[in-house]
Design a protein around this ligand. Structure first.
Ligand code: HEC
Length: 105
């Protein structure tokens, strides 16, 4: 019984860990993409800029950031300020940026 529980727990943990981190992101590319396309509004350090009313992104969970970017792109979450930005992003760039931001302090 205990062994069965441990095996189940391990299987669940592994699935949760893999769900975002198995996408095959490139953090270096994400860093470059962020500096060129997002830093102007969210700040070089990704801590948000009060004057622009932008949220902090540094240290946020990658799966959450990716989900929000998908929502912006599909129109489920409207965000007019960023339209030009997410219209231009492809899936890989979204994953790379999300992975980079999650690693930021
Ligand atoms: C022109 C300014 C601008 C640019 C450029 C911009 N953003 Fe934003 N971003 C905003 C604003 C304003 C909000 C808050 C909008 C809202 O919630 O309606 C926001 C919100 C977000 C959110 C939601 C955060 C949360 O906590 O839910 C994410 C994720 C995000 N931006 C990622 C990015 C990424 C990645 C880039 C670059 C590829 C980027 N943004 C470029 C202005 C910008």
């Amino acid at each position: 019984m205990i062994i069965k529980n441990i095996v189940t727990w391990l299987a669940i943990s592994l699935t949760l860990t893999l769900s975002f981190h198995s996408y095959g992101q490139d953090i270096a590319k994400g860093a470059r993409y962020y500096k060129e396309n997002c830093a102007i509004c969210h700040g070089q350090d990704a801590l948000g800029i009060e004057r622009k009313l932008t949220p902090r992104l540094a240290g946020q969970k990658g799966y959450y950031l990716l989900d929000q970017l998908n929502r912006f792109k599909s129109g489920k979450r409207p965000a007019v300020e960023m339209k030009a930005t997410y219209d231009a992003m492809n899936k890989q760039e979204m994953k790379d940026v999300a992975a980079f931001l999650e690693k930021m302090p």
